[in-house]
Write a protein that binds this ligand. Structure first.
Ligand SMILES: Cc1cc2nc3c(=O)[nH]c(=O)nc-3n(C[C@H](O)[C@H](O)[C@H](O)COP(=O)(O)OP(=O)(O)OC[C@H]3O[C@@H](n4cnc5c(N)ncnc54)[C@H](O)[C@@H]3O)c2cc1C
Length: 368
């Protein structure tokens, strides 16, 4: 029996869609790729972090991308330091923490690098309708960065909804350091962070859960005021971000990858590594006939661990955040979390119980 080459459409030329297309190409399949924008990448440039702690047991994400996923993308810089600020505590963590990646439409951005590896043409300026494509193609890979299709198919459950307010700022920065701020007054139960493009330019983001376009502007103003920031602002943007649980990530001939498949985690809102992975896994499932649901089960397990942490954070106040930062930077705990390759996220329940005990000692009578 001759098996015909499947006709595959991909919606979205973001990280997951391009990763999927490249893996299909590697197996001799030319997909049809539809992208609503004129080129790959968000209109605003920013610097994303790949935190090794979140990718364990993968030791080095860049080597993993090159060797295991055949995606030779170059990071912007190594990430060697985090400075954490909560209202009453400032702590620093150092080590091989991961990498910074350039995002957006710059020619060196991660999306542009993936696109330059691709031989298949992308249909730009083409908004794709998944229902129509599902009729005309054997398979549709939804890589559109949104939960819309999964919601329609009834396989999506929201975990966190946030608004992200960002800017490109000028100042003096260490290109290997991420600065993070947490204060419920402006970030509610999420956080703000700064990641450098270089020694003079950085992206500054404030993420606020359960917010809206008007409130995020007020929170942004408050953030600058409380933290007494005086950077010069070059560029600004705001976007909505939803992370959720998607099960199953394939319905009929429709496969959902990246954010669309529920692979952006709900703790810090990181989704780059799992966008690469789920894109490649979808291609491998289609090529091999293996189940996409089972190939992605590890990714979902991680999301479930991080959803547990998210639930805990959603009940915390500023004093809890002060104590949490003290706790995770206590000698011993800090080394365990940041300087080993133990997949600590698997043991979140143990760590969180330990934290609760420490918290009760610091603040007797705490019932949270
Ligand atoms: C400001 C910001 C900062 C972030 N920081 C980090 C970080 O530090 N670390 C990290 O790991 N993650 C971070 N993330 C999350 C990460 O960017 C996402 O998880 C990742 O980009 C998801 O990739 P994706 O391919 O699923 O979707 P996207 O990258 O969003 O790509 C989706 C593509 O689909 C296109 N599209 C949508 N609908 C259609 C349609 N109907 N037809 C055609 N094309 C369509 C879009 O134009 C877009 O190009 C951040 C996200 C944002 C917004």
């Amino acid at each position: 029996m001759v098996r015909h080459t499947p006709r595959i459409a991909i919606i979205g030329a973001g990280i997951s869609g391009l990763a999927c297309a490249l893996e299909l190409e590697r197996h001799g399949i030319i997909p049809a790729i539809f992208e609503q924008r004129a080129r790959p990448g968000e209109a605003f440039n920013h610097v994303g972090g790949l935190l090794q702690l979140m990718s364990r047991p993968i030791r080095d994400e860049v080597a993993y991308l090159r060797k295991e996923l055949h995606l030779p993308v170059k990071p912007l810089a190594r990430w060697n330091r985090i400075i954490m600020h909560t209202p009453r505590v400032t702590r620093t963590v150092t080590g091989n923490l991961g990498y910074f990646f350039l995002r957006g439409q710059d020619e060196n951005s991660t999306e542009s690098q993936l696109y330059s590896l691709l031989k298949t043409p992308v249909y730009f300026n083409r908004y794709a309708d998944w229902r129509a494509l599902a009729h005309h193609y054997d398979y549709v890979v939804v890589a559109d960065g949104t939960p819309a299709v999964a919601r329609t198919l009834g396989c999506w459950q929201d975990l966190v909804e946030t608004w992200v307010r960002g800017a490109v700022v000028l100042g003096d920065f260490d290109p290997h350091t991420l600065i993070m701020w947490v204060n419920t007054e402006y970030s509610r139960h999420t956080y703000a962070y700064l990641t450098p493009f270089n020694a003079r330019r950085a992206s500054l983001l404030l993420i606020v859960n359960d917010s809206n376009p008007d409130e995020i502007e007020e929170k942004w103003r408050l953030f600058w005021e409380i933290e007494k920031l005086d950077y010069q602002v070059l560029d600004s943007f705001s976007v909505k971000h939803t992370s959720g649980y998607c099960y199953p990530p394939q319905v009929g001939n429709v496969l959902m990858v990246g954010n669309a498949g529920g692979f952006m985690e709900p703790f810090l809102g990181f989704g780059v590594m799992s966008a690469f992975r789920s894109g490649v896994y979808a291609a491998r499932a289609l090529v091999s006939g293996k189940s996409y649901l089972s190939i992605t089960s590890d990714l979902r397990r991680k999301i479930a661990h991080l959803a547990t942490i998210r639930r805990l954070l959603n009940n915390m106040d500023n004093e809890d955040f002060d104590n949490l930062v003290r706790f995770i930077t206590t000698p011993g705990i800090k080394q365990l979390i940041y300087n080993t390759n133990i997949d600590v996220l698997q043991y979140t329940t143990v760590l969180l119980n330990l934290f609760e005990q420490v918290k009760k000692k610091v603040r007797p009578g705490t019932q949270k």
